[in-house]
Design a protein around this ligand. Structure first.
Ligand code: ADE
Length: 243
């Protein structure tokens, strides 16, 4: 997968080269390029923003700079890219979004700052039949898209084949079956007087699976009743319903 990021703070994306993502890049599973938006400014001040039409606080990022940046970065590779625009006004980014994007050959992230990017940049790209997703990572407002890009790239890249040491970890993730994952334990058996649940040391795999499923249901009902309510009818078996 090729990933391009356009930002006015390239240094903000440095963590993408650490740890799991860094290894995915070294292993050639991900090809990452971070671009400085100011490369495409034309004035001496290298301005990327201007006052909003209609008035109001804040500044809006200029379409000329973004339009040229997108054209140039898209042209770096012949594969079509999904253009991702992080914005608190976007559709929610979820595990299902990460799954869908993990099948893409190319992602291009545009980091907006200030009050966002002039809407015509997105409208123009869509008019040219490019795929543009405006997405939010949660109902809160960040200063810019950079941190949202770190979040989304990590969620997508860990799903690529060969990135996680044990592919079962991705399959058993919270959300992959629509439920939150239950609690986990490791050695020692008793720590500060707290014991690991007996069933996990029983060696009875069916009982362990049932126990884990029950804890997942319990936790989801407590913390995210919205997820439980959204499960399709056939996602629950009889034992789930009894629980
Ligand atoms: N930019 C600012 N806030 C954001 C959010 N919640 N999600 C995505 N991008 C953002």
């Amino acid at each position: 997968m090729r990933i391009d990021v356009i930002t006015i703070f390239p240094g903000y994306l440095a963590p993408l080269r650490e740890a799991l993502l860094g290894r995915a890049i070294s292993a050639g599973l991900v090809d990452l390029a971070v671009h400085d938006l100011r490369t495409w400014t034309r004035d001496v001040h290298q301005a990327v923003d201007d006052a909003p039409y209609g008035g109001g606080p804040g500044m809006v990022m200029r379409p000329q700079v973004w339009g040229e940046a997108l054209d140039a970065v898209l042209a770096l590779d012949e594969r079509p890219a999904r253009i991702v625009v992080p914005t608190p006004a976007g559709r929610p980014f979820t595990q299902a979004t990460a799954q869908a994007w993990s099948g893409d050959e190319r992602l291009l992230f545009t980091c907006g700052r200030y009050e966002g990017i002039d809407q015509r940049v997105v409208d123009d790209a869509r008019r040219r039949d490019l795929t543009v997703d405006e997405v939010s990572i949660g109902d809160y407002v960040l200063v810019g898209g950079e941190v949202a890009v770190l979040v989304m790239v990590e969620a997508v890249v860990r799903l690529l084949p060969g990135v996680l040491g044990n592919p079962a970890s991705a399959e058993q993730d919270s959300f992959s079956d629509g439920l939150l994952e239950g609690p986990a334990f490791t050695r020692p058996e008793v720590w500060r007087g707290l014991a690991v649940p007996d069933v996990l040391r029983s060696g009875n795999h069916a009982k362990i699976a049932r126990w884990r499923r029950d804890r997942a249901l319990e936790r989801t009902a407590e913390r995210r009743p919205d997820l439980l309510a959204a499960l399709p009818e056939d996602a629950l078996d009889d034992a789930d319903r009894a629980f």
